[in-house]
Design a binder for this molecule. Structure first.
Ligand SMILES: [Zn+2]
Ligand SMILES: [Zn+2]
Length: 361
């Protein structure tokens, strides 16, 4: 169970005045507006507010003293959340509530782009141009938002800071809080002559063209992030990011499994029997010589090391696995058929009698 007395740093027999005093001191110390962006302070403040909420209420205090515990949710639900408690104690109109700094100009949007590659491009990396519609920098005002020849003026209300200190009268006395400047919406600047093309936005709709550097080893589903290459931000602030979604087109010769490539090669019945040489194509171009020994059985797999896909962001390469298929002839002419039937006789095989020339078209 939480020790609300400990959180407020008061004795168990502290009176209402002492509890209020302790809370006032701790609340000022840990208040989110006094510690912008500090999550620890925010959590401490919640604890302090919760402790005060219980100990300042005679009924809850006596329930707590009898050993009942209160869930934070139960406590705050009757106020509609912590924001409402803050309103009670400190008055309304915080600078956007917890953790919200002044907004300033709006950052650009993130954009997703799909990029189709063939297998070799995905394996060995490439450069590709992509185009997409997006917000782009306004060329007329060079993103400033001001008509050429004019500049934004510094907001006089906030002196260009975008935030203003506001004194609030609260239950705890006067408290200084920080709020977004209402005149400039937190940007710190005012545009008195807005650019006619972008209406002061500093950005327009248009087509963006980017060159994407694709690293080696990408695969379908790989997502590349290009920082700040996406939609333009308002008045020149940072652009959004571009997420490039890779899709690799199927390849006729190679099937990719992880970083390995699989290739099928078909040899004849006689070749499997006596052995043969095959030229295996390589993804990077050229071929690799593969010796198929005599007596090779169908579906034998040979592994050619380090001729697969280079590993993404790691060293090394996968392997090339060559599956050897043994072709059964379906197109024997008369001479070949005679030869094969003689072979069957010698081996004691009993092939079905077929009409001569069955295979011939
Ligand atoms: Zn413009
Ligand atoms: Zn301002």
């Amino acid at each position: 169970m939480k020790d609300y007395y400990g959180i407020l740093g008061v004795d168990r027999d502290a009176n209402a005045d002492e509890i209020k005093k302790a809370f006032r001191r701790l609340a000022r110390e840990t208040h989110p507006d006094a510690n912008p962006g500090d999550a620890d302070a925010e959590e401490r403040f919640r604890q302090v507010a919760e402790a005060y909420e219980v100990l300042s209420d005679p009924q809850k205090k006596s329930r707590f003293d009898r050993g009942e515990s209160f869930g934070g949710q139960d406590l705050f639900s009757q106020f509609g959340g912590l924001e409402d408690i803050l309103q009670q104690f400190f008055g309304g109109g915080f600078g956007g509530g917890f953790g919200n700094a002044a907004r300033g100009p709006e950052r650009g949007r993130d954009v997703a782009v799909r990029l189709d590659l063939d297998l070799a491009q995905a394996a060995f990396g490439t450069e590709k141009d992509v185009t997409f519609m997006s917000r782009i920098e306004c060329p007329t005002c060079d993103s400033s938002g001001s008509e050429p020849g004019h500049s934004p003026i510094t907001c006089s209300k906030c002196d260009g800071h975008g935030r203003v200190q506001v004194a609030r009268q609260t239950l705890l006395g006067t408290m200084m809080t920080v709020a977004e400047c209402s005149d400039c919406s937190g940007t710190g600047q005012l545009i008195d002559h807005p650019c006619a093309e972008c209406h002061g936005e500093g950005r327009i709709r248009g087509e963006r063209e980017l060159t994407v550097e694709v690293p080696e080893g990408v695969d379908t589903g790989t997502r590349l992030r290009l920082n700040q290459k996406g939609g333009a931000g308002q008045r020149g602030v940072s652009a959004g990011d571009v997420y490039v979604e890779i899709r690799v087109r199927p390849d006729e010769r190679f099937q990719r499994v992880g970083d390995d490539l699989h290739h099928r090669v078909a040899i004849g019945f006689a070749e499997a029997t006596f052995g043969t040489d095959v030229e295996v194509p390589l993804l990077e171009g050229g071929t690799e010589h593969l010796e198929v020994p005599a007596g090779t059985q169908p579906e034998t797999v040979y592994r050619i090391g380090k001729r697969g896909i280079p590993r993404l962001q790691r060293r090394g390469r996968g392997d090339l696995l060559v599956h050897v298929e043994v072709r059964v002839p379906t197109d024997l002419d008369e001479v070949a058929e005679d030869a094969l039937r003689s072979y069957a006789d010698i081996r004691g095989e009993r092939p079905a009698e077929k009409k001569r020339g069955l295979f011939r078209r």
